[in-house]
Design a protein around this ligand. Structure first.
Ligand SMILES: [Zn+2]
Length: 107
């Protein structure tokens, strides 16, 4: 991800691409505590460490099947009154009426 790879020597010394060397202090030598949580993907925002949420990946998520209101237009031609959930919607009335109007125009 980074354009400047950081090499880590066996003794823990980091060598940056510009030649700078830095060896992190041992935990007992440190003056300040480590504030970064040991969680992958933690982000520092305005002085607060934010942890990633436990979410399902997008491809594992399931959505209910969506059916358009215009399905009621096609169901209007059924010999019996359709009782599917699309036809029970209040917005289905408009499409049923349109189908009836077009049938009248054909006659
Ligand atoms: Zn229907």
């Amino acid at each position: 991800m980074t354009h400047h790879p950081i090499k880590t020597l066996p003794d823990g010394t980091r060598v940056y691409s510009n030649g700078t060397r830095y060896k992190p202090k041992a935990p007992e030598e440190r003056v300040r505590r480590v504030r970064k949580p040991a969680v992958e993907g933690a982000v520092l925002w305005q002085g607060t460490w934010l942890l990633p949420l436990d979410l399902l990946p997008l491809e594992a998520r399931q959505w209910p099947e969506t059916r358009p209101d215009t399905d009621a237009y096609e169901h209007a031609s059924k010999p019996r009154r359709c009782k599917c959930d699309v036809c029970k919607r209040p917005s289905a009335k408009r499409w049923k009426l349109q189908w009836k109007r077009e049938q009248r125009a054909l006659l």
